[in-house]
Design a protein. Structure first.
Length: 874
């Protein structure tokens, strides 16, 4: 659903380019109407979903082979562990009270509301929660980092060691049921202590980690499953390869009255679908927002490769030959591959539906789906045309006027809709036929889905793209982490065959002592252990389905809730609660209806025809996970989360400004507590076209100026080749104000840290001054490099570099610019006078008591139906 909506509005998002920070008043004036058009488009998507809900039930709520999630657990776990440990040189700077933020400052900066009932130990305030209500305030979230409570170096290393243990156990799959959640919590407890180093990388790991924790990822390739199989083997209840059931399980018999369990117990499919959708979301969003002129010209790859913070080897010579040809091809292919990557999800779902043979829809549903698709296309076109005049102005007479461009867009859009309708009908009903060298090739829907919507195209391009990034650019663990999600695009049988083939070849290549670690059956080339036998009686096959009136009433409630929120300011959480209650009531009624169980008739192997098409009104292709109520709750959660992510990723444009924040409200609590808030603007709308560095100058107590030389401008700072990735460049760019905004804010806290760090490293002697200097030089254009040959970055910096002082502090006078006596004592330094602390941290107990008193008055006023006197709650 996320992708249908986003794709339909692709042109609209591309038109809304981020030009400058001046509000577009004309766009804001059209925002309300744009919101209603968007709501109508979303309603069409939900109509399609509800009319096709039986397919959703059989796809998302089914059981599946556990091997994809088992392999994903291992690959992702290794990447997540490496990503955190890759910060090793910045551990003290980021995560301890001797770093950028003192512990109490970090609480105030990153979790102010949570720690309102927590004293910092200043001016008579106690250190810790002021009372039980203060603890409850902290429990509200969303930042549960333990390092906000205690972050001395010792505390961090204890935390780090616990994280290492949890991740190793997760990777090996021991105690996975609990370890996955412990590892998830400890991961966020580390990275939420300080976000100055965050990149898109962190969003990848945050979202993937949650989906992994939701899954039963320990059911395959794990010590948990090894121990399970041993227990079953001792009890005589394991189906062994080569024995009864061949490892897939066996039904009860005289010999085995309880039946035999499969080697790989099935698990619910829906968490893996979350990963698949998340990968597509990342590519779609980052592709759509890359709407700047550099991407349009095809120069984005050139500029990204020539950023001094990112290249592994000097790219200037390569750029002089390929910058205006192959690099431009790479840029355009990458851009449009990202924009249309979500088509692979469409292909997977449609091919599954074709193999599954879903129950035939009613005539009303058949035409209703088509009408909803047409309405979605027309509404998306209407949104584009409505917003076009406020986002487009001809830059010169050579360009078409707004009216002409609108006519071109409308004509092309309608023609594309008609063409899509014709082609899909022709592929389904009357496939194209082509003769080549005496052979007739049938170009039907399955062929089109395999070649144009298939994994062989989109995943292969993704592997090539990320391989280039890993080889040529040093961007850390972003690409490996995202590639780990590709595992979830494969099913268990494919992973097993691929693993067997690789293992057999390695068994032939590796020396004998090492090859013996590969199982003998793998080296011998025996077939893999099959997927569980879906016809076993232990699996759910109940025919209970939600009544139609239930789902359509829930849909009507959802729309009514929007109007109630807009016109009566009723919180949408009440609507969500009513929808959930209605669905659960429908599920309970379906459970009591006594619907007969369905027969399991799995589809034949791929490309094999059905010997006889089953009556899918009485059969299932796979058993379902959970009972009727469980399926209802998980289905609600799935739809809610997908909708939440789609709403969260609405473009941050003036044309959506009057409703975007309100749309976030029903989902904010869920996304912030599960740590699945996200944004994907890598190199968007344009990559930087200048290199930027941060110079830190310290004037010591004797008046001598020292350059800390912690960026690429410094001679010898960057080793070649640059193997290990450092976040220092990212943090320097953020502090200098070029990424994410808030530059001045970061500069002040960073300068304070440098004052304290210098004092700590120099026996307690405070420096006089810290100055921050932004250094930039423009990257030569690809045309210039083509004509004049490769440039020398050092020479470019010397000739064209600009040095701008952006911040300066006097360490003796600056708040939190002096080393606190607690840290001085820790390092054996004598106490110091004149330690200035942030005033916001003081008087926390009194402020908390005033807040509680005010809230008490509010409650009393509500009970007595009269408003309290207005006064400052703090």
């Amino acid at each position: 659903m996320t992708y249908a909506c986003s794709t339909g509005l692709l042109a609209s998002a591309r038109l809304a380019q981020a030009a400058d920070r001046i509000p577009n008043e004309d766009a804001i004036a059209r925002s309300d109407t744009a919101g209603w058009i968007l709501l109508a488009a979303v309603a069409c998507i939900f109509v399609i979903f509800l009319l096709e809900r039986e397919g959703f039930r059989r796809l998302v709520l089914r059981l599946e082979d556990p091997r994809p999630m088992g392999l994903f657990r291992i690959v992702f776990g290794l990447c997540a562990l490496a990503n955190v440990n890759g910060l090793w040189e910045h551990f003290h700077f980021l995560f301890t009270d001797e770093g950028l933020f003192l512990t109490d400052v970090a609480r105030e900066v990153y979790a102010h509301e949570q720690f309102l009932g927590f004293g910092h130990g200043l001016d008579g305030d106690p250190l810790g929660f002021l009372d039980f209500e203060g603890f409850l305030q902290w429990l509200k979230g969303p930042n549960y980092s333990l390092l906000l409570i205690w972050s001395s170096p010792l505390a961090f290393w204890i935390h780090w060691a616990a994280f290492q243990v949890a991740m190793v156990l997760l990777i090996f799959g021991l105690g996975t049921r609990w370890v996955k959640w412990i590892a998830w919590f400890l991961f966020h407890s580390i990275i939420l202590r300080n976000t100055v180093f965050w990149e898109g990388t962190e969003n990848v790991y945050r979202t993937f980690f949650f989906y992994l924790a939701l899954s039963r990822c320990g059911a395959a390739y794990s010590l948990d499953n090894v121990l399970r199989c041993r227990r079953l083997r001792r009890a005589g209840r394991l189906s062994e390869p080569g024995g009864e059931g061949d490892g897939a399980g066996a039904p009860p018999s005289e010999r085995n009255p309880q039946g035999l369990e499969p080697v790989y117990a099935p698990i619910p499919f829906w968490p893996r679908m979350f990963v698949v959708l998340q990968v597509a979301t990342i590519y779609l969003y980052t592709g759509v927002v890359k709407n700047g002129s550099v991407w349009a010209r095809g120069d984005a790859f050139y500029y990204a490769l020539n950023l001094d913070h990112f290249w592994r080897l000097p790219p200037q010579l390569l750029s002089s030959y390929l910058g205006t040809n192959l690099f431009r091809i790479n840029t355009h292919v990458t851009h449009w591959w990202e924009v249309f990557f979500h088509l692979v999800v469409f292909g997977l779902v449609v091919r599954w539906a074709m193999r599954e043979v879903l129950p035939p829809p009613s005539k009303l549903a058949f035409w209703g789906v088509r009408a909803a698709w047409i309405a979605l296309g027309l509404l998306s076109l209407g949104l584009v045309l409505y917003l076009l005049p406020v986002h487009y102005a001809p830059p010169s007479p050579r360009y078409p006027s707004t009216e002409v461009l609108a006519a071109i867009i409308a004509g092309g859009w309608l023609a594309a809709m008609a063409l899509i309708g014709y082609v899909q009908h022709r592929l389904r009903v009357r496939p194209f036929r082509m003769r080549l060298r005496g052979r007739t090739f049938v170009l039907d829907a399955d062929w089109a889905l395999r070649w144009f919507f298939g994994r062989r195209l989109w995943l292969a391009l993704g592997i090539v793209f990320h391989s280039h990034l890993i080889l040529l650019m040093n961007i850390g663990w972003f690409s490996p982490g995202l590639l780990s999600g590709y595992v979830c695009f494969l099913n268990g049988t494919e992973i097993a065959f691929l693993g067997r083939r690789i293992g057999r070849r390695l068994g032939r290549i590796l020396p004998g002592p090492i090859a013996r670690w590969i199982p003998a059956d793998v080296r011998a080339g025996r077939p893999p252990i099959p997927t569980a036998d879906w016809t076993l009686p232990a699996y759910r096959t109940d025919g209970a389905v939600l009544p139609g009136w239930t789902v359509w009433s829930a849909f009507a409630l959802a729309l009514a809730g929007v109007f109630a929120r807009v016109f009566f300011e009723l919180s949408y959480y009440w609507t969500l609660a009513a929808i959930l209650a209605l669905l659960v009531a429908g599920a309970l009624r379906a459970k009591r209806s006594g619907a007969p169980d369905l027969e399991i008739v799995p589809p034949p192997p791929r490309r094999d025809p059905w010997p006889e098409l089953p009556d899918r009104t009485r059969t299932l292709g796979r058993p379902l996970a959970y009972g009727p109520v469980g399926r209802t709750l998980i289905g609600f959660l799935f739809v809610y989360h997908v909708t939440a992510v789609a709403a969260w990723l609405l473009p941050d444009k003036d044309s959506f400004s009057t409703f975007r924040t309100k749309v976030h409200e029903p989902f904010r609590f869920w996304l912030t507590r599960t740590q699945t808030t996200q944004g994907w603007k890598m190199f968007a709308p344009n990559p930087p076209r200048a290199n930027l560095f941060l110079q830190t100058l310290v004037t010591d107590a004797d008046g001598e100026v020292w350059d800390l030389a912690r960026d690429v401008y410094a001679e010898g700072y960057k080793p070649i080749p640059w193997i290990w990735y450092s976040r220092e460049g990212k943090m320097n760019r953020r502090i200098a104000g070029s990424e994410g905004g808030h530059g001045k804010w970061y500069q002040r806290w960073y300068a304070r840290y440098v004052c304290r760090k210098w004092e700590l490293d120099h026996g307690g002697r405070r420096p006089k001054r810290v100055e921050l200097v932004k250094i930039t030089y423009p990257i030569p254009t690809p045309e210039y490099v083509r004509e004049h040959g490769p440039y020398d970055p050092r020479e470019e910096l010397r000739r064209k570099g600009t040095f701008t002082k952006i911040f300066s502090v006097e360490c003796d006078k600056e708040v939190d610019g002096q080393l606190p006596n607690l840290i001085r004592e820790r390092h054996g330094l004598p106490p110091a006078e004149g330690v200035r602390r942030w005033d916001v941290l003081r008087g926390r107990k009194d402020a908390w008591e005033r807040r509680k008193s005010y809230r008490k008055q509010i409650r009393q006023a509500k009970r007595s139906s009269r408003a309290p006197e207005a006064h400052d709650a703090e």
